[in-house]
Design a protein. Sequence first.
Length: 140
Amino acid sequence: MKVEEGVRLSRFTTLGTGGRARAFARPENVEELQGALDLARERCLPVAVLGLGSNLLVADDGFEGLALKLAGELAQVDVRGELLVAGGGAPNAVALHRARHPQTLLDVLATGDHGSDPIIERDGRRSGRSRKALLQAGRG
């Protein structure tokens, strides 16, 4: 996994604003993620995980830490029996689509996503229990 220096974080925000990250990496699996976190610990760098950018504001001065954009296995969604397995970098819209339609293509990719907005339960409450909400959505 390549760790880059001085990457413009504005590329990863919906508004297109913000400065550079001291370090930037795109880990694609758990081993690469662990390596990135080890590097951050060794260099005493704070870590920020970037989502899709709709809820992200980056200071013009940038971020003096390691910015991570989860990719590969860490951004995939899969249905295994009654369990939805989603990496931390998976868009919510894709995860919900796979939960509702596990046998179809991911045509939801063409519709876009609303970033890392919280999951809304059926009764309208915001919930930190994403897995439960996704499983309920998948059962119809």
